[in-house]
Design a protein around this ligand. Structure first.
Ligand code: OSB
Ligand code: MG
Length: 369
């Protein structure tokens, strides 16, 4: 396959409600889309999941746009023949920048699969036609408002609740939500690196709430600290930010720093590396689940396909479109019995609504050839 043209699109999409985590509050998504056109005129789309600011990871959307414009896109355009499978070798000269690479990979893979009539699900190895869904609930202004929000999601049918926590917003809200849900409902927490080794005794108090897991309590680089924590508490430790590749996943599992793994294609450099992480975990009986980055319908479509692989045994942060956006960028994903259907059409199986894209654009498209 020859990529003849690449365009980069930047749009602002308002969230239906502010999303607060230990690293800040977000009221809209600053979305970067990668569009590729092959020499045969086949199109592919990829979504970049980097945030507006480098606070979840070192990447941020303007940085991704820069590295794609100046390094990744020129390398793709210069290749006489390229596929999703050969892309990693082509782009290896750029160190890191995984979210930028993942967006390019998604666009190339989408075009490749559309050309061959294959869906993301079929290509990645989906074993199911629908996936169990959870929902990630931000830090709320008060416990009452948190309970209202959680009750709404429970009524919609979500199969697992995840609460964002930070020092000062942990035991009390988690206890209140556990009391609301009763013992039968899956409940987990995500600290987004807000704690340190000094907090181990405090984090042990979460054991009282029967949590499925605690996600990323310590900083990204601290695999050793997570191993210490995992040995000291009953709640399973699940790494998110720390898992940047299949090699790191394998190492973290080996060192007992994580007994469950959150897979996010953007964070690990793409869908192909995500499948490799899945395979590493499946071989060791480590459950994986698909994380989210407040994706539009475009990124969601591919994530839902990934979440249908056999090792994804826990509900993902793959929520319905309306949990994020009043209008989605593609046909909306709707929850049925707590599940989303895996798209079956070629490529991602969804269509980017270019009319809405133009309406939400924050600058004209950047055309590269
Ligand atoms: O840590 O999982 C996270 C959103 C943005 C950045 C990081 C995270 C999240 C979420 C939301 O928790 C997941 C989603 O619903 O897309
Ligand atoms: Mg997380």
């Amino acid at each position: 396959m020859k990529i003849a043209r690449i365009s980069l699109h930047r749009l602002a999409m308002p969230l239906v409600r502010p999303f607060e985590t230990s690293f800040g509050t977000q009221t809209e998504r600053d979305v970067l889309l990668v569009h590729v056109v092959t020499s045969d005129g086949v199109e592919g789309w990829g979504e970049c999941v980097a945030g507006a600011d480098p606070v979840y990871s070192s990447e941020y959307v303007s940085g991704c746009e820069h590295v794609i414009e100046h390094y990744l896109a020129p390398a793709v355009l210069a290749a006489r023949d390229i596929t999703a499978e050969t892309l990693d070798a082509r782009l290896r000269f750029v160190v890191g920048h995984r979210m930028a690479k993942a967006a390019v990979e998604a666009a190339v893979l989408d075009a490749q699969l559309r050309a061959s009539g294959l869906s993301f699900g079929r290509y990645l190895g989906a074993a199911r036609d629908e996936v169990d869904c959870g929902v990630s609930v931000g830090i709320a202004p008060s416990i009452d408002e948190l309970l209202d929000e959680v009750s709404g999601y429970v009524a919609e049918g979500y199969r697992r609740i995840k609460l964002k926590i930070k020092p000062g917003w942990d035991l009390e809200p988690v206890g209140a939500v556990r009391a609301l849900l009763g013992d039968g409902t899956l409940l987990q927490v995500d600290a987004n690196t807000a704690y340190t080794l000094d907090d181990i005794d405090h984090l042990r108090e979460l054991d009282a709430f029967g949590l499925l897991l605690i996600e990323q309590p310590f900083v990204e680089e601290d695999i050793a600290g997570h191993a210490v924590l995992a040995a000291a508490i009953d709640t399973p430790v699940c790494l998110d930010e720390s898992i940047t590749s299949a090699a790191v996943a394998s190492d973290a599992i080996e060192r007992d720093a994580t007994s469950i793994v959150n897979v996010k294609p953007g964070r690990v450099g793409g869908y192909l590396e995500s499948v490799r992480i899945h395979d590493v975990c499946l071989a060791r009986d480590v459950p994986v689940w698909c994380g989210g980055m407040l994706e539009t319908g475009l990124g969601r479509a591919a994530n839902v396909a990934l979440a249908a692989l056999p090792g994804f045994t826990l509900p993902g942060d793959t929520s319905a479109s309306k949990r994020y956006y009043a209008d989605d960028l593609t046909e909306p994903f709707e929850l049925v019995d707590g599940r989303l259907r895996v798209p079956t059409g070629p490529g991602t199986g969804v269509t980017v609504r270019t009319d809405l894209m133009a309406e939400w654009a924050t600058r004209p498209p950047l055309l590269l050839r």
